[in-house]
Design a protein around this ligand. Sequence first.
Ligand code: IMP
Length: 435
Amino acid sequence: MPGLAIVGAQWGDEGKGKVTDLVAERADVVIRFQGGNNAGHTIVRGSESFKFHLIPSGILYPGKTCAIGNGVVVDPKVITEEIDGLRRRGIDVSGLKISANAHLIMPYHMLLDHAGESKLGKLQIGTTRRGIGPCYADKAARLGIRVQDLLDEKILRQKIYAALEPKRQSLRPFAKDPVLDLHAMTEDYTSLGHRLEPFITDTPRLVWDALDRDRLVIYEGAQGTLLDIDHGTYPFVTSSNPVAGAACVGAGVGPKDIDDVWGVAKAYTTRVGAGPFPTELDDPLGDRLREAGGEFGTTTGRPRRCGWIDLVALRYAARLNGLTGLAITKLDVLTGIDPLQLAVRYHGPEGASFDEFPYHQSIVHKVAADYVELPGWDMDLRGVRQLSDLPSEARDYLSFIEEFVGVPVVLVGVGPGRDEVVWSGAARHLERAAA
Ligand code: IMP
């Protein structure tokens, strides 16, 4: 399996970072292919915890090639801070590579993100306000500024000027904001360019080289399938494609370079920001999941909305991504909840029933979930390392998911620690190789 894509199968925050970090040990290259610093993940190593927004998981392995692909939008200030933070903690960042073709988040993208959300008022998407949408919009409008532009001050100034001109009207409320000064911005970004220059690379070549040598490459997704701009709950989505297919474009490989696709899903569901969420628990049980699962955003600190696992949405994600494996995280959070509910169908206001995820926005907004009930368990799962040592109720819960979605479970998270994982038979070959 030289090419493994690891993607979010829900609305983001599924624990992709931890899963990627576990497999990264064996990989030659880990490459992120979309999103930006709207993402955030925490890796726990012993007593230390590391938070990343842009740097791919795997950077904690000394010298590991961790690339930021061309499909990512890069805030050069954020990446520089992450590099500095890691260096201060003695972490070797020499393996970090940044695509010369990745687009840059500029100060005006953040202002436009804020302004756009404020204008929408009650209809706002609940973006992370990191400038992600406006940056991808400029990329599509061919007004984007790329990482390679940081290396030529004259070109950079011209491009910033060209990008700012058409935005004058929308940026009028910020006309006096010093971050919009063309010369200051050019200077600021040029000096960030000097700092980032040693990391800037032709990233697809790194990936091709590893694949040609039959080495493992991990394509690391951000956000989740239901936040995909084409296939998610539009317009309550992010501005990129978190699905596995986007790994081809965002890392610069062909479909045949992806051999396996793992979808990461929590044993329940969470969502940040606005938008439909058919299995949401807006009640004390939802609060309990939030507390027990520590469901507060890594990037914005916002409390996440919590609910039951949604197998209709998960089966949709399995099909869209061509999942070959499921990684179920945070199973331990369900301990002590009895019975457990799993959504297997939706029903609409006029008695309509939906076995498949509805394509029409108005329907998705109105549906409620129909559940199957399974018994819960009381046992603390954190010490479990073998599937056979899980309580039978937990095994039944996993088997039900596996059968309904039609994808084998490859690993199960039973606690926040790196080793708090149960590998299933389906991924034994990887576990052995990782040992
Ligand atoms: P944006 O990506 O900042 O434009 O935000 C668009 C939507 O995606 C909002 O609902 C955000 O809460 C959501 N979102 C963006 N990144 C993440 C993430 O990493 N995890 C969960 N939700 C996210």
